[in-house]
Design a protein around this ligand. Sequence first.
Ligand code: IPE
Ligand code: IPE
Ligand code: MG
Length: 228
Amino acid sequence: MAETRIPRHIAIIMDGNGRWAKKRLLPRTAGHKVGLDTFVDTVDSCSDMGIEYLTVYAFSAENWNRDPLEVSALMELMSRGIVKYEPEMVRKNIRLKLLGDLDRFEKKYRDALTSVEERLSNNSGMTLCICLSYGGRQELVNAFNRLASQGKTNITEADIEQNLYSAGVPDPDLVIRTSGEYRISNFLLWQSAYSEYYFTDVYWPDFDKAELLKAIESYSKRERRFGR
Ligand code: IPE
Ligand code: IPE
Ligand code: MG
């Protein structure tokens, strides 16, 4: 069998927590809890495999429109989860980068998250990007406004890239979406111009290492042409 080509950058739309819970007659937040465990396991697997960049979509700009109780449960869970996981990320030499409009977060959550990001920012292992309050369109509008405020004209692709939340991170090679939805939902609109997509019906809480390997195997068989 041909050697598996490992993507340099994997991005994941972690979807299906609510339906996973519903199927078990559990509240949606129960799905988010197990989803957090899956996230931690996935970070471990990718870091162990030598993936250079992992980006996960944890909370979209549009997810603010959900039931406030679900939103606050998610905030609590995500910030506590990331704080709790910090020592393990330190051991694994993981560099953390948060992408999104963090200003929309309550101060206590924003402070907790950005201080972990700060402490891990100089690590040299896998870069983990967590998209929080993230929207691809908002990211582009934000970049254009930054360029406008600098009085920039004749804007280049490089100018835009340098002003995205993801500045400095290479484009994803593989974008995975779980839960049987075939849409992009405002994720990495600019960055995924030439990414390979992998869709699976598996709900995020059930997306284990075997499922991750299936996605990588599928990627490995693709021929990327970049228009050539
Ligand atoms: C993904 O699961 C997690 C977030 C969007 C925060 P969902 O909560 O979207 O679960 P489904 O899609 O309703 O099953
Ligand atoms: C996308 O999932 C956002 C995250 C996984 C964080 P959604 O569940 O919010 O997307 P839609 O509503 O199905 O498009
Ligand atoms: Mg969903």
